[in-house]
Design a protein around this ligand. Structure first.
Ligand SMILES: NC(=O)c1ccc[n+]([C@@H]2O[C@H](COP(=O)([O-])OP(=O)(O)OC[C@H]3O[C@@H](n4cnc5c(N)ncnc54)[C@H](OP(=O)(O)O)[C@@H]3O)[C@@H](O)[C@H]2O)c1
Length: 256
């Protein structure tokens, strides 16, 4: 029986990814800040799929969070076969108007915790010659995002980091995949403020469909998974346009 740790599994894409892994017979470790939601999900997973579901409460914006989380794994004797770095959030607004703390927390969760957790867990996967990392990025990775500059930059990091790692572990038996969702129905739209933009609300996919695509892509050891033809079309057309054009389009869509 293998164990999958999913960060940000209290809602949205992470919750659906946790169910996908559990449905396939994997034990799961659910990580986020919302204790009630994780406890309820763990109960649902245990009763629906008959697998073990552990809950670890962690605020990944805190510098010591990843090390504490790994200590808890060790205390419970949990060996992680698959790590899903899904926790993340965004904030719509000008860099100088959004709070410095919120943007720093964003980098801590979207970038630093993802990197440190990978550094902690990947060596054991390479040693075992199995398992892997599924990082949740975004189609925001492919261009700059005026009015959401830190979020877009954080997702560009996730894509670049994942691709770099993938080449490094080639031939070890370890999978490394980046899931790049476009607008998705979850807590993200309201929390970030993006939900009120036309570009977001008119083209959302369900979190379940995004998770299914991510799970399948990870199992098949695909490098990058972009769910939905509209999102794939957007990313492809971005690659043909000069960066000055793409950032101006995003600036207009995001109300600069
Ligand atoms: N929805 C979209 O349109 C979209 C598009 C592209 C990419 N994504 C990416 O998809 C991933 C999942 O987001 P989602 O759409 O499913 O949004 P969501 O429903 O808001 O879920 C975000 C998850 O991250 C967790 N999280 C946030 N801050 C955290 C912290 N400080 N410590 C620990 N966990 C934290 C939340 O749990 P708690 O609040 O319980 O801590 C929650 O479980 C994110 O990386 C996001 O950037 C989303």
């Amino acid at each position: 029986m293998s164990t999958t740790l999913i960060t940000g599994s209290s809602s949205g894409i992470g919750l659906e990814l946790a169910k996908q892994f559990a449905k396939d017979g994997n034990d799961v470790v659910l990580v986020a800040r919302s204790e009630d939601k994780l406890t309820e999900l763990a109960e649902t997973i245990r009763s629906s799929f008959g697998v073990r579901a552990d809950v670890i409460i962690s605020d990944l914006s805190k510098p010591e969070a990843v090390d504490r989380l790994c200590e808890r794994l060790q205390d419970r004797g949990l060996e992680i076969e698959t790590l899903v770095n899904n926790a993340g959030f965004g904030a719509l607004g000008k860099f100088t108007e959004l709070s410095a703390d919120r943007q720093t927390d964003m980098l801590m969760v979207n970038v630093v915790a993802l990197t440190r957790l990978t550094r902690q867990l990947l060596p054991q996967m390479i040693e075992r010659g199995s398992g892997g990392i599924l990082n949740v990025g975004s189609i925001a990775a492919y261009q700059a995002g005026p009015n959401m500059a830190v979020y877009y930059a954080s997702k560009a990091y996730v894509l670049s980091f994942t691709e770099g790692l993938r080449e490094e572990v080639k031939g070890t038996g370890v999978h490394v995949t980046c899931l790049e969702p476009g607008p998705t129905e979850s807590g993200f739209g309201d929390d970030s403020g993006m939900g009120r933009l036309d570009m977001f609300s008119k083209s959302t996919m369900s979190a379940l469909d995004v998770a299914k695509a991510g799970y399948r892509g990870y199992r098949n050891n695909e490098d990058i998974v972009i769910p939905g033809w509209q999102n794939r079309l957007m990313v492809t057309s971005t690659s043909f346009l000069p960066r000055i054009v793409t950032r101006k389009i995003v600036a207009r869509m995001q109300g600069v």
